[in-house]
Ligand binder design. Structure first.
Ligand code: HEM
Length: 538
């Protein structure tokens, strides 16, 4: 599209933003003075020492010395693309969000990522993948910051630093990069057994996607949608790739890691450049907003649980097409800043304790990563809606604010920022009733069931998929140094399924433990393994 030529406050300048820094035919200093030579420093004679007065040398080296910014504390490795989202109008029934109205087209930027590896790590490791989408809606930016798995390791954000510390490389020898092959990871997930559900997804073929283009995406948390009249429903977001869900085999993934560690980012870039634009259908599962916040006995605030699609079908609400590669990786893919709290009117949060912590964490980390509080002015992060805030000054301030009175109301700057009828357009926090209860550090009893959905997942797998899962557990646990950790994880598998446990124990040469929880029979659900595999014909 045409270059964006507006200032951060939305005023038209006519000057393309991104071009600044590379205009004109001649090489210049950062201040625009033309240069004649950039290959020789200024010396006292051709063999002499270099002079401190060489302003070009100092500018060039100083800027280079400060080129790096911290990589993301998680999801450091990623690839992004621009595209559009077109709504089909099906969501109009349940949300007033303007960008979900029929036919509405919204520009988007998507960043896919691995979670645990550093910026330079390989793409095809066994790991969860991030699937973060920025919708530049005209009612403010909406970020759907999801993953390619519908559940998360933990139920409360207070454990997030812990689970990431357990998954990142060991502090002493800084190995390995892959998620699952070390003692701390298996120590954590076998002690914090709510992680067993996410872990079996990681050990399944979902942990090694063939391509970003063939991944599903999930908002994971339950959101609250609000319609024009203020009525609410609870909802979960799903992305379904039109190419279907496909994975690598473990052998392929390992070989590609060595031969082409950039496999996934190359695939995304090449596909878009070739005009094979990847597409996803965005869908929602919708649940009544009851005081219990449960559906079919499943606690909708527990991010380690899914709601099977047989119980609540995913209804398509629009289509995402990625059709443009970034012009500059750093400016776009690296500097993009997603935040779970970027919500347009019509989409609100719930009390999911994982989501609540995320609402704090993203801006907090970006303050460091992007060097201060003005990163919404970086081109990739600029809202396409008008911005008229009372935030002022700070490092890297690019806006030149007009007016003298950044407070409301005021009697100097004029204008009424809250005109009558504005409630129709403004974000209004849903007046959810908060239960009268003592302050406690505790979780509800419904969060205690850590195994029945792991069993559901296992039972929904085909024989080949089960074989892959057994081999993945055996391979990854085989990398642990501590036998006690392997034995504790086998105990967890005994609580999932006797065959799974027995096969992995045999592979590890360890005894088969007995379950410590009743193995209630979950209704086998063969359809579950097909979910998302095939996009149904129209
Ligand atoms: C980054 C997803 C839980 C903290 C990300 C990214 C994704 C993501 C996709 C990469 C964003 C990008 O591409 O720039 C998720 C999902 C979660 C989850 C789906 C659970 C359902 C959490 C929790 C916390 C957290 C509980 C902290 C309490 C972070 C941080 C970053 C991040 C600090 C780096 C952000 C940045 O530097 O810009 N997450 N995350 N995440 N996440 Fe999460």
């Amino acid at each position: 599209g045409a270059p964006d030529t507006r200032t951060p406050t939305g005023a038209e300048t006519g000057v393309p933003k991104i071009a600044k820094g590379q205009q004109g035919a001649y090489l210049t200093t950062a201040n625009g003075a033309r240069l004649r030579d950039t290959d020789h420093s200024l010396k006292a004679g051709p063999r002499g020492p270099v002079l401190l007065q060489d302003h070009h040398l100092r500018e060039k080296i100083t800027h280079f010395d400060h080129e790096r910014i911290p990589e993301r504390v998680v999801h450091a490795r990623g690839a992004g693309a621009h595209g559009t989202f077109v709504a089909n109008g099906a969501a109009e029934k349940v949300t007033r969000a303007g960008f979900l109205k029929q036919g509405r087209e919204t520009p988007v930027f998507v960043r896919f990522s691995t979670v645990l590896g550093s910026r330079g790590s390989a793409d095809t490791v066994r790991d969860t993948r991030g699937f973060a989408t920025k919708f530049y809606t005209d009612e403010g930016t909406f970020d759907l910051v999801g993953n390619n798995m519908p559940v998360f390791f933990i139920q409360d954000a207070i454990k997030f630093p812990d689970v990431i510390h357990a998954g990142k490389p060991h502090p002493d020898r800084e190995i390995p990069q892959a998620q699952s092959a070390h003692d701390t990871f298996w120590d954590f997930v076998s002690l914090h057994t709510e992680a067993q559900h996410h872990t079996i997804w990681n050990m399944s073929d979902r942990g090694i996607p063939r391509s970003y283009r063939t991944m599903e995406g999930f908002g994971v948390h339950t959101f609250r949608l609000v319609d024009e009249a203020g009525a609410t429903v609870l909802a979960k977001f799903h992305w379904k790739p039109k190419l279907g869900v496909h994975s690598l085999t473990w052998e392929e993934a390992q070989m590609i890691s060595g031969m082409d560690p950039d496999f996934h980012r190359r695939d995304l870039y090449d596909a878009i450049e070739a005009g094979a634009f990847p597409e996803w259908e965005l869908g929602i599962q919708v649940f009544p907003d009851t005081p219990e916040e449960t559906f079919a006995g499943i606690d909708l605030l527990d991010p380690t649980k899914i709601v099977p699609e047989e119980l609540a079908p995913v209804q398509a609400i629009g289509t995402l097409t990625l059709n443009k590669t970034p012009r500059n990786f750093f400016a776009e893919t690296e500097q993009v800043a997603f935040h779970v709290g970027h919500l347009p009117p019509g989409i609100d949060v719930t009390n999911d304790p994982l989501m609540q912590g995320r609402l704090f964490s993203y801006v907090d980390t970006q303050l460091t990563r992007l060097g201060g509080p003005n990163f919404t002015q970086i081109p990739i992060n600029r809202p396409h809606a008008d911005v008229n805030d009372m935030l002022r000054d700070g490092f890297h301030q690019h806006a030149v604010h007009a007016g003298v009175a950044p407070y409301r109301p005021n009697s100097l700057d004029g204008g009424n920022p809250f005109p009558a009828g504005d409630r129709e357009h403004a974000f209004v926090d849903t007046p959810v009733t908060v239960a009268e209860a003592p302050k406690v550090r505790a979780a509800p009893a419904s969060f205690d069931d850590h195994y029945s959905q792991v069993r559901l997942f296992w039972q929904s797998m085909s024989p080949v998929e089960k074989e892959h899962i057994i081999r993945a557990y055996t391979f990854e646990l085989g990398k642990c140094y501590h036998q006690a950790i392997k034995e504790r994880q086998l105990q967890c598998l005994a609580n999932v399924d006797p065959v799974l446990c027995e096969q992995v124990a045999t592979g590890l040469g360890l005894p088969v433990p007995q379950p410590t929880v009743p193995l209630a029979e979950v209704q086998p659900s063969p359809a579950l393994s097909q979910v998302g595999r095939e996009w149904p014909a129209d």
